[in-house]
Structure formats: C-alpha cells, structure tokens
Design a protein around this ligand. Structure first.
Ligand code: PMP
Length: 370
C-alpha cells in the first residue's frame, strides 16, 4: 500500500458491483440485471423544473440546510408524524445523509448493528469513522429476529441500521418486526437509523416506519430511486433536532449544500404521482419471482425495492461461482457475498425492460437445469 494512504481506508475495496459494470462494458449485448436504479425516464415536469432553475440563474450555493421551499415542503410531511422536535436537512443524496449521520453519531470503537445481507455502504461507512459493524444474520428468509438483535447489543452499541424495503433482498419488514425493533432501540437507548430510500416501492402494503413507535428514529430518504434521478444527488435526513443541527454544521464543512438547481426540481418531483411506475415494477416483481420459482430457485418474496435475492442452485459451489457462470452467458447479476458474510446467493435487479427480464430468466433456467 502507498505510504500516504490513511489507515481508515484499509478495509475499503472497490465495490463488487463496479467490477460487474466493468465486465459489462466489454460485452456486445449483455443482459443487465445488475443496476440499482430505475429504468423509467424522469418525469418531464421534473426535468423542466431543473432546466428552468438553471436558466433562471439558481446556480450558486443554497443554504446549507436546503432551499427554504423544499425544506418546508419536506418538514410539512415530516410534521405529520406528530413528533415535537423533529427537523430535516436536505443532503447530497441518501449517501450524503448516511455519511453525515455516521460522522455526527458514531465514535471510534462504537458498535453499529446491521442486518446481513446489508447495503454495501453500511460496513464501509461505519469503518471509515472507526466504528465496528456487528452483522445480525437474517438467512434464509431475511426476516428480522428481534431476539437476535437484543443478544447483539453490548454497552458499546450506538446504532441499529434498518433498511426496509431492503437492498439487496427486496424484503419488507412486517409491522410486528419494525415495532419490536423500534421498542427495543428505545428501551436500550440505542439510535435507530431507518434507511427508507425504497419507501415508494412497496408492492403489497405501505411501508411501516419505526418512527411510528420510536420518536427518536433517524430517517434517511432520497429522490434517487423514487424519481429515477440517481445522478442528481438529492436526499434528506430527519430526526431529533439536536442531531440534525449537528449534521447541518458538518454539511457546512463537507458537502456545503445539496445541488442547488436540482433542489427546485425536487419540489416539482414531490408533485408527481409515481403510482404508474410502481405498478409497472410490481408486475416485473411478479414476473421475476414466478420465473425464478418455476425454474427451481429458492427466493424470499421481495415485497419492495426492485431486487430479488435468490439462492444459487445446489450444483454450484458458491454464489460467486454461479455468478461467474451467469456472466459467461452474458447475464449480469451481483454475487451475494458483497452484501454478506455468506457466499450463497445472488442479487437480481428487475429495474429493466420485460424483454430483458425474460432473456435473463431464460439463462437462469438453463443454469439451474445444468
Ligand atoms: N441506501 C440504500 C439501501 C441504497 O440502495 C442506496 C443506493 N443504492 C442508497 C442508500 C444511496 O442512494 P443515493 O445516495 O443515490 O440517494
């Protein structure tokens, strides 16, 4: 390692997802079921609002906390929770919100509990601030067992990370699970951070947020997935005012503000009904789950997001061996081990055209039958 590189980067490797994208770039006609972003176009009114903001010279810094119009529109939604002291900060994507939360809340040596499989950024970010990630295994059905979480809590536990609907499994936590987790966090005086970026993509029932049972829950959310604007870097975080005030100060010295003209477009985004897009994704969820099951794959029902996380067929030694074979067949999927201590599963994103999904299912059926 180069002598100038800091120790905190030691466990930071290039994301395995990027490696699959690099392979894809070399293929002629890949079947890409690997990408974590919606394939629908950004609604015209939202694009128009971005153009108008740029042409209207809204290109300088905004207030650190966000343009007042967006901040107050978000605050109005958040106030519906009925919590006395809950504030919001507009951030550079949900990722920016996560970075600020870690910087503001996790001390070196603090433990942060997350559920395995987990979103790739969680262990990386916790590691960067000197925290220790404590994974709680959720295989094979990816349900939350609150007794396991209680057993993982120690005097050093600072935070529990919840992500529902989840990346990479698509599983949505039940009301009973979320409630028990929210109450446990409250009882143990541990921070509960709820990553609700896939909130809009719930196919069987609306999302139940732990904010309902724990008024100190910190929530991160964003426009990336809901409106197909992953490149715009727009998100927000809300929680107890003293925490959000500290994160706002940290934002002054890091991101400065979220992209200013795009915050105006976010106001327009909040006016758009995304139900048709969500309905289209529900159909694709149904197609992919029934296709996988009829080909013999074991897969937990994904109630949300746009991922499924099946087990690799038994005739393959590991999830990554299976993914290598799929990639030889031009099918791009992501090995489960980048989201997990286990190497037994793989992630499919069904944010793709029906025709692509069918081509992908054909390859998967062929591989399972080998
Ligand atoms: N949380 C989860 C669970 C995600 O899957 C993602 C994106 N893949 C993010 C946060 C970050 O999203 P963004 O920074 O684009 O808002």
């Amino acid at each position: 390692m180069h002598p100038w590189i800091a120790d905190r980067t030691a466990h930071v490797d290039s994301s395995g997802i990027r490696k699959v994208f690099d392979l894809a770039a070399k293929m002629k006609n890949p079947i890409s079921l690997s990408i974590g972003q919606p394939d629908f176009p950004v609604p015209d009114s939202v694009k128009q609002a971005a153009v108008e903001a740029i042409l209207g010279d809204k290109n300088g810094y905004s207030l650190t906390q966000g343009i007042p119009a967006l901040q107050s529109k978000l605050q109005t939604e958040i106030d519906k929770l009925g919590h006395a002291d809950r504030k919001v900060l507009v951030t550079s994507g949900t990722s920016g919100a996560l970075v600020l939360a870690m910087l503001a809340m996790v001390n070196p040596g603090d433990e942060v509990i997350c559920f395995d499989p987990y979103f790739v950024m969680y262990p990386a970010l916790v590691g960067m601030v000197g925290g220790k990630i404590v994974p709680v295994d959720t295989y094979p059905d990816f349900r939350i067992d609150v007794a396991k979480v209680a057993a993982a809590i120690t005097p050093r536990t600072k935070m529990i990370l919840l992500n529902s609907p989840a990346n990479p499994t698509g599983v949505v936590a039940t009301g009973a699970e979320v409630r028990a987790l929210a109450e446990l966090a409250k009882q143990e005086n541990v921070a509960l951070l709820s990553d609700e970026i896939y909130r809009e993509f719930c196919y069987d029932a609306p999302l139940l947020s732990p904010t309902q049972w724990n008024a100190d829950t910190i929530v991160v959310d964003g426009f990336s997935k809901s409106h197909g604007v992953t490149g715009w870097r727009l998100g927000w975080i809300h929680g107890p005012a003293p925490l959000i005030e500290k994160m706002t100060m940290l934002q002054q010295y890091t991101f400065v503000c979220a992209p200013h003209p795009l915050q105006w477009a976010a106001l327009a985004a909040m006016e758009v009904d995304m139900t048709p897009q969500v309905n289209a994704y529900r159909e694709r969820r149904d197609l992919i789950v029934s296709g996988l099951r009829s080909a013999g794959y074991e897969v937990a029902t994904p109630g949300g997001a746009f991922y499924a996380f099946p087990r690799a067929p038994k005739n393959f030694a590991s999830g990554s061996e299976f993914v290598a074979k799929a990639i030889e067949n031009e099918l791009l999927i992501i090995p489960g081990k980048i989201f997990s201590a286990r190497d037994t599963h793989f992630r499919i994103s069904y944010a793709a055209k029906i025709e692509t999904l069918n081509r992908g299912l054909d390859v998967l059926a062929k591989l399972a039958a080998q």
